[in-house]
Design a protein. Structure first.
Length: 298
């Protein structure tokens, strides 16, 4: 007996754990992933925002001050948390990308939670996970995680090859994202890299079937993603469902204000939620997450 065919639609998410626009897109992408669970094949590509060939800043303090203002401007658009104080600009994305990719080998649930923790090192703690030690430390206490396996996999040739393949794929953008776009504070036009190539802007979703594709680059609304999916595969996306607050916090473990507004319905916060204040509104943690989260224990 032949195996049942897999989903006909592939969603490719170009991202980076340390990207502020990808962080700001989390509410909508969480909603989209939940709605499409089991209906599509979702694949993340670690695009490497801070690369090896980036020049070090001549004045790190001035660079950090500029970048903190940049992150604050993005947070004003997206409503996402930003750190009360940013310690530095990330020295590189490779350590976080390797840990995020290694976490995928332990299943989708673990991968989601580890990637979330990596994002929060920058945008909640202000301490980017830009070393192997910091990236592994960010994942500690993640439910279901085997930390010893994570460390071994993150240092393996197998995972390095996968991230190198992601890096290369992200630098082969489809032609339609290389043209100037409007309609968003972050329209998603492909970025020029230091070596003169192009890279997908982050985040970008590439939606593909055997018969066609759609791209949704930059920071977009749920409705824009839904429209692209409807064009490509009518009827694929079900109506957006909202969860009871306690159920959502149990599922996601960590939620921002934009996330709870989009993903939940009912009185907020749940009585057991743990509030963490940031430079742009609170982050809400499930008590089990708060028991191990570095925002509560540093």
């Amino acid at each position: 007996m032949s195996a049942a065919p897999g989903p006909a639609v592939e969603v490719v998410e170009y991202t980076d754990p340390l990207c502020p626009w990808s962080w700001g897109a989390e509410p909508v992408l969480r909603a989209l992933r939940a709605a499409l669970a089991g209906r599509v094949r979702w694949r993340r590509v670690q695009a490497i925002l801070f690369d090896h060939d980036d020049d070090p800043p001549p004045d790190p303090a001035a660079e950090t001050a500029w970048y903190a203002r940049y992150v604050a401007d993005i947070a004003a658009h997206t409503g996402a948390p930003r750190p009360l104080r940013l310690s530095r600009v990330a020295a590189g994305s490779w350590p976080a990308a390797l840990v995020a990719k290694a976490a995928e080998l332990q299943g989708d649930r673990v991968a989601e939670l580890v990637l979330r923790r990596l994002r929060e090192t920058v945008f909640v703690l202000g301490e980017p996970a830009d070393t192997p030690e910091a990236a592994l430390a960010a994942a500690r206490g993640t439910p279901g995680l085997d930390p010893h396996r994570l460390a071994a996999d993150a240092a393996s040739d197998r995972v390095l090859a996968r991230v190198r393949a992601d890096h290369a794929e992200a630098r082969r953008p489809v032609p339609e994202v290389c043209r100037t776009r409007e309609g968003s504070p972050h329209p998603g036009t492909a970025k020029e890299t230091a070596d003169g190539r192009r890279r997908y802007a982050l985040p970008t979703l590439l939606l593909r079937t055997p018969d066609g594709r759609r791209t949704v680059p930059g920071w977009r609304t749920y409705e824009e993603y839904a429209a692209a999916l409807a064009e490509l595969s009518p009827g694929l996306l079900p109506p957006l469902g909202r969860l009871a607050p306690a159920v959502a916090l149990e599922r996601y473990r960590s939620m921002t204000e934009p996330e709870r507004l989009l993903l939940t319905e009912g009185e907020w916060p749940p009585p057991h939620a743990v509030r963490v204040d940031t430079g742009n509104g609170p982050l809400w943690l499930h008590p089990a997450e708060a028991a191990v989260h570095p925002a509560v224990h540093t």
